[in-house]
Ligand binder design. Structure first.
Ligand code: NAG
Ligand code: NAG
Ligand code: NAG
Ligand code: NAG
Ligand code: NAG
Length: 403
């Protein structure tokens, strides 16, 4: 049970991730330009008035006299201060990632990537930080706010702990923030809502807790990964006009309660919804069937009851449908069995008592084409590997009324 949940997350998550990382490693500067030019340029044009007037002259004289590096500039000097402050709060670096974080040539630091500034192509700035799989222990200091030219932060698989500094709000060109697989704690880091260019937010595998705030769903993010934390509820606003994410992975949190009908507010963009093992109960709302762009729907390993809503028959793009390991019952609708793009349909470990018509029955005989279908451990007469009569009659004694 645990193993299949994990692989199914890993599959859809890694696709994006691998792509992003490859781009970063192969050609960070072009990625930076493509993805973040507009955002960073916008930031600089709007914030120049705030910073330029009193910071430039001051820092230039102060740091240039200390470090007469011909390739340096004021923005790299700020980055130098930030990275040195960061190095001071790194307590373990078993792979020597930060070993060469010495001196003012920050563009040579391992894991630090420079690119021409979007607003000034003659000036190099720190555009990306990639310490993925560093196994580094430490925390994120306030000085990270000085890295105001960053477009990418990838800290996947380290031991960074504590909370995110408020100064991160200064990173107005930040496009991707990957903090996955660390030891961050505390409530949802609302500082990310200040990052007006942020598109990709990955907080997976940390120890964030408490509710997911409604602002998360009225935001310009493209992909949201919050799985494997300790979040306790989802607050999807009654109207999320600006919701724009195509992938949302909520899996392995402890939300409890029902899937809210307001999920329908995601309809215009959402393609993948993963809510595996989130302690969902109650009936599936018919609004799930209104998410007409869905390709992947996985609500497995919860405590859902009642029937499959007929509205699911409208999900014409659906490829993967996993309803396994719940307490669903009733008839599996023919309209769902005949979804045109369905490639993998799992209903195992529920209490379904009928698969409707020849279309569903064809799925069970491999006449349904190349559809992977798993209906084990239900209450289906004439099908192999079903629950016992005793289990089934106990469950069917308590019919569920969803409406
Ligand atoms: C890291 O550097 C230390 C000291 O220079 C050295 O003893 C150790 O072997 C290095 N570890 C790795 C993984 O390179
Ligand atoms: C924000 O960035 C600017 C440079 O763009 C810097 O001067 C300022 O100190 C930073 N603020 C914080 C809170 O780090
Ligand atoms: C699951 O959610 C319910 C609320 O719907 C809550 O009472 C229960 O304690 C949760 N289960 C676990 C294992 O935390
Ligand atoms: C179908 O989906 C289930 C559940 O996500 C998974 O365990 C299984 O490997 C998938 N089968 C195929 C053939 O992709
Ligand atoms: C079921 O499968 C048979 C044999 O492949 C096929 O002739 C028939 O059209 C299928 N029926 C439906 C409703 O898909």
């Amino acid at each position: 049970m645990a193993s299949f949940s994990f692989t199914s997350i890993a599959k859809c998550v890694n696709a994006i991730h691998v792509l992003v990382l490859t781009l970063l490693v192969l050609n960070l500067s072009s990625l930076f330009k493509d993805l973040s030019l507009a955002a960073v340029a916008a930031k600089h044009s709007s914030s120049n008035s705030v910073y330029a007037s009193h910071h430039h002259g001051h820092h230039r004289s102060r740091y240039h006299s200390n470090h007469p590096d011909p390739d340096s500039n004021e923005r790299l000097n700020q980055a130098f201060l930030a990275l040195q402050a960061w190095k001071r709060v790194i307590y373990s670096d078993p792979h020597n990632f930060t070993f060469n974080w010495e001196g003012p040539s920050v563009c040579n630091y391992k894991g630090v990537f420079c690119a021409p500034a979007p607003d000034d192509s003659k000036t190099q700035v720190v555009a990306g930080i990639d310490l993925n799989k560093g196994d580094i222990a430490g925390f994120l200091p306030e000085e990270l706010g000085l890295l105001s030219d960053l477009a990418l932060i990838h800290l996947n698989s380290n031991r960074f702990c504590g909370i995110l500094p408020h100064s991160l709000a200064n990173l107005t060109g930040l496009y991707e923030l990957d903090l996955s697989n660390n030891r961050f704690v505390g409530p949802f880091p609302t500082v990310v809502f200040s990052l007006s260019s942020l598109k990709y937010l990955d907080l997976r595998y940390n120890e964030f807790e408490g509710p997911l705030p409604p602002q998360l769903f009225s935001n310009k993010l493209d992909a949201i990964f919050v799985n494997n934390n300790r979040f306790t509820s989802i607050n999807i606003p009654a109207s999320s006009l600006s919701f724009s994410a195509s992938v949302v992975v909520f899996a392995n949190n402890n939300f409890g309660g029902c899937l809210p009908p307001s999920i329908v507010n995601f309809a215009d963009t959402l393609e993948e919804l993963l809510m595996i093992n989130t302690n969902l109960s109650g009936c599936l709302p018919e609004q799930v069937g209104f998410l007409y762009k869905l390709r992947v729907l996985d609500v497995s390993s919860n405590k859902l009851v009642g029937p499959i809503p007929y509205s699911l028959a409208g999900l014409a793009h659906l490829e993967q449908l996993n309803l396994g390991h719940n307490m669903l019952s009733g008839i599996v609708p023919a309209g769902v069995c005949s979804l045109p793009n369905l490639a993998n349909f799992t209903i195992s470990y529920n209490y379904f008592c009928e698969e409707e018509g020849i279309i569903c029955q064809n799925l069970t005989t491999s006449k349904g084409g190349n559809i992977a279908f798993d209906d084990r451990r239900n209450c289906l007469p004439d099908r192999p590997y079903q629950r016992t009569q005793k289990e089934c009659s106990a469950a069917l004694e308590h019919p569920v009324d969803c409406f």
